[in-house]
Design a protein around this ligand. Structure first.
Ligand SMILES: Cc1cc2nc3c(=O)[nH]c(=O)nc-3n(C[C@H](O)[C@H](O)[C@H](O)COP(=O)(O)OP(=O)(O)OC[C@H]3O[C@@H](n4cnc5c(N)ncnc54)[C@H](O)[C@@H]3O)c2cc1C
Length: 322
């Protein structure tokens, strides 16, 4: 059932999708944003954002609300807490099915479904996310000035971020499940040379504990099974990143990590389908980079519509009597 036709459908209402919505709706494009979770995406997990230019400090929820209101003010329709159950992105008119019953169509689609950090999945992790547990050193490192922290992981990001966190923290303990690291030699050497960093190998976090905020972790030795308790101010988890692209497998080009492959104009492998934000293949994932991607995707989608879909001026001269 076709519940509505639009110029552009944006899938995902994080910073990338909302920015695309602002640009599109302001240019009078009939724009629908469909979002599975809470509007704002990962930003609503952040209690303080201190690196968005022009705003010294704002909560993720406030920033997301401001972006949402701005998009709506320009006429963007936003549907959140829905379930995208089908995507047909081939052909000139694309369709998106919602909740298994409603269908929306548009000649252009922007995919801005973001991603999520891989989690440990142990007791207490959900409770203390953003209250001592972080998945982003660039975002939260500054909140741990002179504190004792743990970094979980043994790949390049874990070791590089452990080094960068020593700018703030008094001590950084890297907890890693194996007896060796899966990182480049230079990253391992740099971490080992840093006197603030120590290592607990063949171990993992078994539980997080505290009252309002994180206060303590249980560390499990994976060889002996022994569990030790440790007081801690913060834990940074860097055990991988998962793009929200599960539904796109077999539909358009993804890389081995499941990230959407895009051109510099945020074009995907399908004509009229663009992608933006954390779900695309790129190195740095921040609100500013998501916002930039959303801008480019919206402008490129509008150009696509102008060239391929919207009524073209005929170019015929109309003679008028003088
Ligand atoms: C704890 C934490 C703290 C952070 N702090 C900062 C910070 O201080 N500064 C900073 O710059 N960055 C920070 N980041 C990173 C920043 O939040 C992300 O880079 C940014 O939110 C990415 O925006 P996005 O729009 O690409 O995706 P997301 O924010 O992930 O939004 C994607 C949206 O798409 C929805 N969605 C997913 N799949 C579907 C689907 N199939 N159909 C419909 N909707 C779907 C999701 O529900 C979500 O609402 C932080 C990240 C985390 C996790």
């Amino acid at each position: 059932m076709n519940s509505g036709s639009y110029d552009v459908i944006v899938v995902g209402a994080g910073p990338a999708g909302l920015t695309a919505g602002i640009y599109l709706a302001r240019a009078k494009m009939r724009t629908l944003i469909l979002n599975e979770g809470t509007v704002g995406g990962q930003t609503v997990l952040t209690h303080e954002i201190a690196n968005y230019p022009g705003i010294e400090s704002i909560s993720g929820y406030q920033l997301a609300t401001a972006m949402k209101n701005q998009a709506k003010k320009f006429g963007c329709t936003i549907r959140s807490n829905i379930n995208v159950t089908g995507l047909d992105l081939d052909g000139e008119i694309k369709s998106v099915e919602v909740n298994g019953k409603e269908g929306f169509t548009a000649p252009a689609v922007i995919l801005a479904t973001g991603g999520r950090s891989r989690t440990l999945g142990v007791p207490g992790e959900e409770k203390f996310k953003g209250k001592g547990i972080s998945y982003c050193a660039t975002c939260d490192g500054d909140f741990f000035q002179d504190k004792e922290i743990i970094v979980v992981g043994g790949g390049n990001s874990a070791l590089e971020e452990a080094v960068s966190l020593t700018k703030y923290a008094r001590s950084v303990t890297v907890v890693h499940q194996f007896d060796h690291f899966q990182a480049f030699a230079h990253a391992i050497e740099e971490a080992k040379r840093n006197r603030k960093i120590s290592f607990v190998m063949e171990s993992t976090i078994a539980e997080f504990d505290g009252s309002d905020a994180l206060e303590m972790v249980k560390i499990k030795n994976l060889v002996t099974g022994d569990i030790s308790e440790r007081k801690i101010d913060g834990v940074f988890v860097f055990i991988g990143y998962v793009p929200n692209t599960e539904r796109l497998h077999g539909i358009l080009d993804l890389n081995k990590a499941g990230e959407i492959v895009v051109s510099p104009l945020m074009e995907t492998s399908l004509p009229g389908v663009y992608a933006a934000g954390d779900s695309v293949a790129k190195r740095y994932r921040q609100i500013t980079t998501a916002v930039a991607d959303g801008t480019v995707a919206a402008l490129a989608a509008m150009e696509y519509l102008r060239r391929n879909v919207l009524p073209q001026p005929t170019g015929e001269l109309v003679e008028t009597e003088s």
